[in-house]
Design a protein around this ligand. Structure first.
Ligand code: GDP
Length: 303
């Protein structure tokens, strides 16, 4: 029997939900116990079988987002992403270390990013200052910044336009408005969640899984609870350095090539900190993520 091609819109331990070219959903098992597990966004070859189909293989991935599990082992989360949209808001206040984790991940996988500052309707003087600093940081790294509100609809048109026909993944703390953005970008969504629940038989529980939703413009959106916290142990410390170009540049001026930017004399990074070229918070985050990714002792990681 010939294969059909489909896209995985949700994936569990031994089965996944595949959408075919006509938009029909099929609950598929994996062929063989040792078969690689497809993740959300994967393109797969499948044949009809029990329950609806069997996944025979995964097409080559353009990229794969993984997160470290509690032991630091990588676990696939989503594949074939065009853009990672980092969502922040005045409330809850931005967790800058978490944002830096996303920036490291995006750089390491070479995925385009975008910072979306949500809930502009709730902005206050002090929250605006904190967000402004974060926006400046992102702009310096070449990450475009947009802002608006899903409550008022303000700013959503540029967000739609910048992500047109792309497969995007929303990442950010709980409560910043990711589900609200999903609803805003895909107004017919409640219908689809119902459809997915009926097919997968998982009912309301479905919304706590990583799920791909198709957008009217041909793009797609992945909402993943798995990225609300993010461990990067599986990435090397070089990946961390890449996301901190200002530190890498200043390190070029250190007297010692293996300078740890700690107590060494004539340290370019310490000079960068003193002159304000490197922000103290960025340096602290860099040290912390370096430690997390560079340590071989699992007990030391992720602290
Ligand atoms: P998630 O946890 O990131 O998916 O966040 P939700 O989409 O569930 O939103 C968390 C809360 O923030 C909900 O009560 C939303 O109604 C509210 N919310 C989302 N976007 C906005 C916004 O732009 N303005 C305001 N004022 N509230 C918002």
């Amino acid at each position: 029997m010939s294969h059909s091609l489909g896209q995985v819109i949700m994936s569990g331990a031994d089965q996944c939900l595949v959408r075919d070219a006509a938009g029909e959903l099929h609950l598929c098992r994996l062929r063989g116990r040792r078969a690689a597990r497809p993740v959300c966004g994967d393109r797969v070859r499948w044949t009809p079988g029990n329950p609806d189909g069997l996944v025979d293989g995964i097409e080559p991935r353009r990229n794969l987002i993984e997160r470290g599990d509690f032991r630091g082992r990588p676990r696939g989360l989503a594949a074939n992403i065009d853009r990672m949209v980092i969502v922040v808001a005045p409330e809850p206040a931005p967790d800058n270390l978490l944002v830096d984790r996303y920036l490291v991940l995006g750089e390491a996988l070479d995925i385009a990013m975008l910072l979306w500052c949500n809930k502009r309707d709730l902005a206050t003087w002090s929250s605006a200052q904190a967000l402004f600093a974060l926006q400046e940081r992102c702009r310096r790294l070449g990450v475009p910044v947009l802002e608006g509100s899903t409550a008022t609809g303000d700013g959503l048109a540029p967000l739609r336009e910048q992500t047109r026909q792309q497969t995007i993944i929303l990442v950010g703390q709980s409560g910043v408005g990711k589900s609200s953005i999903t609803q805003a970008l895909i107004p017919s969504l409640s219908l689809r969640i119902g459809e997915i629940s009926a097919t997968s038989g998982q009912g309301r529980h479905t919304t706590s899984e990583t799920t791909l939703f198709h957008r009217e413009d041909g793009g797609a959106l992945i909402d993943s609870p798995g990225v609300r916290t993010l461990r990067l142990d599986h990435l090397g410390s070089d990946a961390v350095d890449q996301a901190y170009p200002e530190i890498a540049e200043a390190a070029g001026n250190c007297r010692f090539r293996d300078c740890q930017h700690d107590q060494e004399p004539e340290c370019g990074v310490k000079r960068g900190l003193a002159s304000g070229m490197i922000e103290a918070e960025r340096f602290d985050n860099w040290r912390r993520l370096r430690h997390e990714t560079g340590s071989t002792d699992p007990a030391e990681r992720g602290r």
